[in-house]
Unconditional design. Structure first.
Ligand code: ADP
Ligand code: MG
Length: 373
């Protein structure tokens, strides 16, 4: 495949607010922008239609929330999750706060719906492959025997018991010592969903939260009087700097992409990226990027990861099982697969698709038997 370059959306690659330029009577509409560094990425918060002071206060609330979640949920820096992981490994119960308990339940439900392809309990495998550090891992793949041993231990979210405590929070026990939590596959989505709630509670009706191209929108987009021109979000080309398509967002929607092009290492010419197939314990190899458009940010994030693992044959069944309607995948050869709902929402970018496009209708969902919340 040729390397493709694209000027059109490159400047606003992740996000181009169509309404951003609207002016009325020469007065710039109120717009407040701030960028934070959390969850290993830059998170841009854009608030429209609120007075500066209020928008600044709402942004500060969100910044505080996201920084707290980042600390609490970190997969390898000491915090609530590493403490929980240590307890599980030692066969002890642990206590978590109410917010973390809710995310654990959500993770368990999403993992079950994804047939275990999204599996936040595989932290030990993610660590073994060297992804529990900020820098890309160096050296080759881990010892296959060590990988096989972790796979054989079957770490699963469905092995967690999460019992609410009268004073709030929950007591977590695990049926085995294998689960090691790593929220990396859906932390951004879960956190941005909470951030969107916090913004609404602060009276913000129109805003965008953009975590390095993973985007959650509130409201109709645009700005100031006469607002309502939708936010347009670009989907990155996994093979070159640029976009393959863009999507006009509707109120409350999230667009999340998982890819093999950001966190990976190469050994002997083979790319090993950070999405691990829990069945093999090895990085998922076939999908270059997977994008989900959904009204639920945590599900969008989790599903983007799960569909990458599922690959070109099984992804549509997994999407259906997770309740996702709009998804698009690009495999390593540039072949594009999309659901009809996603196809209808995407505008291809200037240079078009990187390969042939297959529109794949969703099969009927299987109903997995998941443990009670
Ligand atoms: P990104 O963080 O680039 O948006 P993802 O949402 O796909 O990408 O998250 C990838 C992260 O999820 C990995 O770094 C790891 O922490 C975790 N992870 C890897 N494989 C899985 C999996 N099969 N299920 C759940 N989480 C996973
Ligand atoms: Mg994800």
């Amino acid at each position: 495949m040729t390397r493709r370059r694209l000027g059109l959306l490159a400047a606003g690659l992740v996000l181009a607010a169509l309404g951003g330029g609207a002016l009325r009577g020469g007065i710039a509409p109120p717009e407040h922008r701030e960028t934070l560094y959390v969850f290993g990425t830059l998170v841009e918060i854009v608030i429209h239609g609120r007075p500066q002071a209020e928008a600044a206060r709402a942004t500060a609330d969100v910044a505080h929330l996201l920084e707290t979640l980042h600390r609490d949920w970190h997969a390898w820096r000491p915090g609530e999750i590493t403490a929980l992981n240590a307890a599980i490994a030692a066969g002890r119960p642990a206590q978590v706060d109410a917010r973390t308990a809710a995310v654990l339940r959500r993770g368990r439900e999403l993992s079950c719906a994804a047939g275990g392809l999204f599996e936040p309990a595989i932290g030990a495998l993610v660590g073994l492959w060297g992804f529990h550090q900020d820098a890309p891992p160096e050296g080759g793949p881990p010892d296959p025997a060590a990988v096989a041993a972790l796979v054989a231990a079957r770490p699963r979210m469905t092995d967690l018991r999460i019992e609410p405590l009268p004073e709030g929070g929950a007591r977590v026990t695990a049926a085995s010592r294998a689960p090691q939590l790593d929220f990396g596959g859906f932390a951004k989505g879960a956190a941005l969903a909470l951030a969107a709630e916090a913004l609404r509670a602060d009276g913000v009706e129109d805003a965008v939260l953009n975590a390095g191209g993973d985007v959650t929108v509130l409201g109709r987009g645009g700005s100031g009087p006469g607002a309502g021109r939708p936010w347009r979000v670009a989907i990155r080309d996994p093979f070159a700097w640029g976009a393959v398509a863009s999507v006009e967002m509707r109120p409350g929607e999230s667009l999340y992409t998982s890819g093999n092009y950001e966190r990976f290492f190469e050994a002997a010419g083979v790319r090993f990226a950070h999405i691990i197939d829990p069945r093999t314990g090895r990085p998922a190899a076939e999908i270059a990027s997977s994008t989900v458009l959904d009204t639920d940010a945590a599900r969008a994030d989790a599903a983007a990861t799960a569909l990458s693992v599922a690959g070109p044959e099984a992804w549509a069944q997994v999407a259906a099982d997770m309740g996702v309607e709009a998804a698009m995948l690009i495999d390593g050869r540039g072949r594009v697969f999309a659901t009809p709902a996603m196809m209808a929402r995407m505008t291809p970018a200037g240079e078009g698709w990187p390969g042939p496009v297959a529109v794949v209708p969703l099969p009927p969902a299987a109903t997995p038997v998941c443990p009670a919340p």
